[in-house]
Design a protein around this ligand. Structure first.
Ligand code: FAD
Length: 412
């Protein structure tokens, strides 16, 4: 392992490997990614892989679009499949107001060159015959997004970065960060590394790794479920893969997984995990499913998608998901007192936004400014004094929003 590099990246999930890849694409290959266990050992291995283009903030949409573009580019560069399924997505309108809001997004998508249409119920039925459209007001349709395989994508990014000269060290936990003049000292299980820049892509672990520096980064983990069904005859009989479906009333997302469904649920009352610090012996295990909390949502889903009611449940995964108080990631320098320390943590849709966020951050590091400004994700926006109670209250409100849109849409 090198003892001196230009950049150390801490964390080998989709975000850390995307940053390693983008830095290498921009010419910075004197870089070393350090991973505590194996690539994807955090939240990435159990993610559903959804990479939609739909989001309430136009500028965030650039991060979503940049992600699919990044992953496909890494696939070409590495020769490794990322398992992209271009199914498109339907965000159904459950009220007239929601449909109006969908129309308000049209100009934003047009300016970004992303196909986006507000469609009627007959189009929903043609694309996704399993959806009961009674009471719906159409949907927002983004035909060119879909889902990737998060694990294959992470490995493709790492391989493509390595091919360009970047390095990866797994089974190498970082224990501590300190300063020696203008250099960072990164103390690891396998020795100390000097670096000009350190990028923290360690998700909720970033909080405790930066605490000894006097930094109070409001990153916490909720428990998040996904439900995977057995084969569904109605799906198996189709000659096309159905689009992903998202519904603010049911507070669920659903996509096709083989011939069945994969469902993600945003419950009304999220449950947090290890608010006082991540257990030292945590590896990459899942939590026991808590189906009682899911049932009110799954019952609504059975009405909206009757075929789901008939499907056998194959597996329920319940894994940790990182949150910031406003639900958006933290990207960029933390503050002027810690030059060379960059944050890329706090992703709850890290597959959807990781690749584009890495492009955004890598340009910032290499060129001194990001590709475009996006203050809503700046790492310093919370200051240093958010208490755990305040963060939990705020995250509760975000999680509960699920797929509801904010009333006033901020564009940019
Ligand atoms: C059930 C479920 C389904 C999901 N589905 C989706 C989805 O469909 N689409 C989507 O966009 N998102 C989804 N997510 C969220 C997604 O998993 C995360 O947003 C994403 O994986 C975060 O990536 P990351 O690289 O920031 O973090 P992680 O994948 O957690 O990576 C952080 C890495 O840092 C490493 N690390 C920690 N401490 C240290 C240390 N001291 N030294 C070295 N390394 C360290 C960890 O081992 C880990 O590998 C889902 C989450 C859950 C729980």
């Amino acid at each position: 392992m090198q003892s001196q590099v230009r950049v150390v990246i801490v964390g080998g999930g989709i975000v850390g490997t995307s940053i390693l890849y983008w830095l290498a694409k921009l010419g910075w290959t004197d870089t070393l990614l350090l991973e505590r266990r194996n690539l994807t050992s955090g939240s990435t291995w159990h993610a559903a892989g959804n990479t939609t283009y739909f989001g309430p903030y136009a500028q965030m949409t650039r991060l979503f679009a940049g992600s699919i573009r990044t992953y496909l580019q890494a696939e070409r560069d590495s020769g490794e499949s990322i398992g992209f399924h271009q199914t498109g997505s339907l965000r159904v309108a459950t009220t007239k107001r929601e449909r109006e809001q969908f129309h308000e997004f049209e100009a934003g998508y047009q300016s970004l060159g992303i196909p986006y249409h507000v469609v009627d119920n007959d189009v929903i039925s043609a694309l996704h015959p399993c959806i009961n459209t009674d009471g719906l007001f159409g949907a927002a349709h983004t035909p060119t997004d879909g889902h990737v395989d998060p694990s294959s994508t992470t490995h493709a990014l790492a391989k493509a970065a390595r091919n360009l000269g970047a390095s990866v060290e797994v089974q190498c936990p970082v224990h501590q960060l300190s300063k020696d003049g203008d250099q960072w000292l990164v103390q690891t299980e396998n020795g100390t590394i000097r670096a000009q820049h350190v990028v923290m892509a360690a998700s909720f672990w970033t909080r405790e790794l930066l605490q000894p520096l006097g930094l109070n980064i409001p990153l916490y983990a909720t428990q998040h479920h996904e439900v995977i069904t057995e084969s569904v005859p109605q799906i198996a009989a189709l000659d096309h893969e159905v689009p992903a479906y998202r519904d603010s009333y049911v507070s669920c997302s659903m996509r096709q997984e083989q011939d069945g469904f994969l469902v993600g649920v945003y419950e009304t009352e999220p449950v947090f995990w290890s608010l006082d610090g991540i257990p030292k012996d945590f590896k990459e295990e899942l939590f026991a499913p808590e189906t009682d909390r899911l049932m009110p949502h799954l019952e609504k889903l059975m009405v909206r998608v009757p075929a789901f009611a008939e499907a056998g449940i194959k597996v329920i995964n319940n894994g940790p998901m990182c949150w910031t108080p406003d639900g958006l990631p933290m990207l960029g320098p933390i503050n002027t007192q810690h030059p060379g320390l960059w944050l890329a943590s706090g992703f709850n849709v890290g597959i959807g936004t990781g690749g584009g966020s890495a492009e955004f951050l890598a340009h910032w590091m290499v060129n001194g400014s990001p590709l475009f400004d996006l203050p809503i994700v700046h790492a310093n926006r919370f200051g240093n004094n958010v208490t755990t109670e305040q963060a939990v209250e705020s995250i509760n409100a975000c999680y509960r929003m699920g797929y509801k849109l904010p009333e006033s849409i901020r564009v940019g």
